[in-house]
Design a protein around this ligand. Structure first.
Ligand SMILES: [Ca+2]
Ligand SMILES: [Ca+2]
Ligand SMILES: [Ca+2]
Length: 239
């Protein structure tokens, strides 16, 4: 192999890696406002992951019908302040929020944040809330469906318990299917599907798009790469 060519290649690659590292260091993290791209899926494998770099402040999206569930993969960087609250444009969408952990197990959910307000909210500081930083899944959906687990979507598979008025309670995964991870959603009978086309906004706190540990890992990997290249270049030169 031509050592000169290799040396140039590594020099180039080293500069690229250095620039990447530098841009990560000097680029202040801006707040991210995510807009649903197309239609977010509703299962762990099809959840939509907001992209960018910085604290995730808002997710905006739309529910096409009362059977539309939008699931987002989010990184909760600070569980002590994590909260999520929905506003819908017209108020015709009676939203529900549910949080699942990385394995798809239900964490907590809510139908109405406040009495007389159909917008859902997951409060900070709840004993039922997330206790550790990490990847989670946040679902927004309407009242006509509910998350299910196992190999069925009948009420004996419902992850959340039945609730009664005033629907403001914060609930855990204490339904009959609550001990297993999310695998489906209770179907809305075709005749009961209603077009909504409702825009929603989920305001978030305690959520980051690029998690800090990963950023550091990337930085370290970048620095390590540069170091390794410098060492290899040196080895080539000394040869
Ligand atoms: Ca949607
Ligand atoms: Ca959807
Ligand atoms: Ca609601």
């Amino acid at each position: 192999m031509d050592s000169k060519l290799n040396s140039n290649f590594f020099k180039k690659a080293g500069v690229t890696a250095s620039l990447l590292t530098l841009s990560l260091l000097v680029n202040p993290a801006h707040a991210v406002n995510w807009q649903e791209a197309g239609d977010a899926g509703q299962l762990l494998g099809t959840a939509q992951e907001p992209l960018g770099n910085g604290p995730l402040r808002n997710i905006r999206g739309a529910v096409s019908t009362n059977a539309d569930v939008d699931l987002y993969k989010i990184f909760i960087s600070d569980p002590t302040i994590f909260s999520a609250s929905v506003t819908s444009v017209s108020g015709n969408f009676d939203s529900v929020l549910a949080l699942f952990n990385q394995g798809g197990f239900g964490v907590y959910g809510n139908d109405d944040a406040r009495l007389g307000d159909s917008n859902a909210g997951l409060p900070a500081g709840s004993l039922l809330g997330p206790q550790a930083p990490g990847w989670y899944y946040l679902a927004i959906f309407g009242l006509d469906t509910t998350p299910t687990s196992g190999n069925g979507t009948t009420p004996d598979h419902y992850i959340a318990p039945n609730t009664s008025a005033p629907f403001t309670s914060v609930i855990g995964a204490s339904g009959p299917g609550g001990a297993s991870p999310l695998t489906g959603w209770a179907p809305v009978a075709p005749g009961d599907v209603v077009t909504l086309n409702e825009d929603y906004r989920i305001r978030l706190s305690g959520v980051s798009v690029v998690p800090e540990p990963e950023t550091y890992a990337m930085l370290l990997a970048g620095l390590g790469l540069v170091g390794a290249m410098a060492r290899r270049r040196k080895a080539f030169i000394e040869r």
